[in-house]
Design a protein around this ligand. Structure first.
Ligand SMILES: CC(C)(COP(=O)(O)OP(=O)(O)OC[C@H]1O[C@@H](n2cnc3c(N)ncnc32)[C@H](O)[C@@H]1OP(=O)(O)O)[C@@H](O)C(=O)NCCC(=O)NCCS
Length: 167
């Protein structure tokens, strides 16, 4: 459950990440709109970038919360995904990913989706590792840190309900 030497606390800004994709025909349905599943994959990758950088370890995706697709994205559009560590618990961390579509022809950006993912840090054998504390610095980071605590309680309640039903 531990790194050999516990890693020092790290600010959110150290691991904030950005990923850009151009939507190609292979990413789209027959109407030329981005497939939801492809966007989910990119969200997972963008989340993993921040999780790897913060924890300095391998990670596995434990969960992805509810996901809405707010506007359609089309072939040729640029998709920008920004990820940051919202909060660290013990071996897990919540990562927020916000997705934007950039219509470069008219210089317009629209919010496409926001997602919260939980990653668990693991070593090469799959053993869970303690994750270094994350330090929120800005007001926005502090708000996300507090909100992540409330979301963790909702997830735990959901897991308990699921486990009691499957017993
Ligand atoms: C996620 C996984 C590592 C959890 O392992 P586990 O031994 O069942 O979980 P534990 O009860 O020991 O919990 C470990 C941590 O994961 C968290 N966790 C477990 N299940 C979770 C879930 N569904 N959502 C959010 N967090 C979860 C726990 O809260 C705990 O966090 P903490 O240490 O920060 O308190 C394990 O179920 C797994 O490996 N799943 C497959 C992951 C995978 O392959 N993902 C890719 C997509 S298939």
């Amino acid at each position: 459950m531990k790194h050999d030497d516990p890693l020092p606390p790290r600010p959110v800004s150290d691991s904030q990440s950005e990923m850009t994709e151009i939507v190609l025909p292979n990413d789209a349905n027959p109407l030329g709109s981005l497939l939801g599943g492809r966007l989910m994959h990119w969200i997972d990758m963008a989340g993993a970038l921040a999780a790897h950088r913060h924890s300095r370890s391998y990670v596995v995706t434990a969960s992805i919360d509810h996901l809405d697709f707010l506007v359609p994205v089309h072939v040729g559009d640029l998709v920008i995904l920004r990820s940051s560590v919202n909060r660290v618990f013990n071996t897990s961390m919540e990562i927020g990913v916000k997705v934007w579509v950039e219509h470069y022809l008219n210089d317009e950006c629209q919010h496409v989706s926001s997602a919260y993912l939980t990653f668990v840090a693991v070593d090469g054998s799959g053993n869970h590792l303690a994750v270094p504390v994350v330090v929120p610095e800005t007001d926005e980071q502090k708000r996300r840190y507090n909100d992540a605590g409330a979301r963790r309680e909702i997830r735990r309640a959901h897991l308990e309900r699921r486990n009691s039903v499957s017993r």
